[in-house]
Design a protein around this ligand. Structure first.
Ligand SMILES: [Zn+2]
Length: 150
């Protein structure tokens, strides 16, 4: 519990390509009341980190006002060539391409939620690894992997 926020469920779906930086998708349930979906667990430099659900930032074509992603070099609607490096730059000088749709303001809530998610991911990754080992050893992996089992 942290400021009355409790993570009551975490669902983890491991990403299929283990070589990618994207390790898994997940959703969290808070207080048995709100589900936040489409979080991503990403391999950081040392430890995995959690990316909140986000969407790509768009801006409007100067000619036809259609919305285009900031990385688009030409307008999707009218084909006008668009300026490179549009959009705001963050503290490290990189263009901000996404913004978070869900954003914990309180640092202790953010840390708590992230910790719970990373824990659930580690558990899921370990299960998947042992299932693969069993498959390699000729033992059928346990099909009955209910997410509700404690
Ligand atoms: Zn256009």
């Amino acid at each position: 519990m942290s400021r009355g926020i409790e993570v009551t469920e975490v669902r983890v779906k491991l990403a299929s390509d283990p070589d990618e930086k994207l390790l898994a998708y997940c959703s969290v349930t808070l207080n048995n009341a709100i589900v936040v979906k489409d979080l991503k667990i990403i391999q950081g430099d040392e430890t995995p980190f959690v990316a909140m659900p986000s969407r790509k930032i768009t801006d409007k074509c100067p000619r036809c006002s259609a919305k285009n992603h900031l990385r688009a070099r030409f307008c999707n609607e009218c084909g006008t060539k668009l300026k490179p490096n549009r959009g705001d730059v963050d503290a490290r000088g990189r263009t901000k391409l996404h913004f978070d749709l869900v954003h914990p303001i309180a640092a202790e809530v953010r840390d708590y939620v992230h910790e719970k998610i990373v824990e659930a991911y580690a558990l899921e990754a370990a299960k998947s690894k042992s299932a693969r080992m069993q498959a390699v050893n000729g033992i059928a992996p346990d099909d009955d992997v209910s997410p509700d089992v404690e």
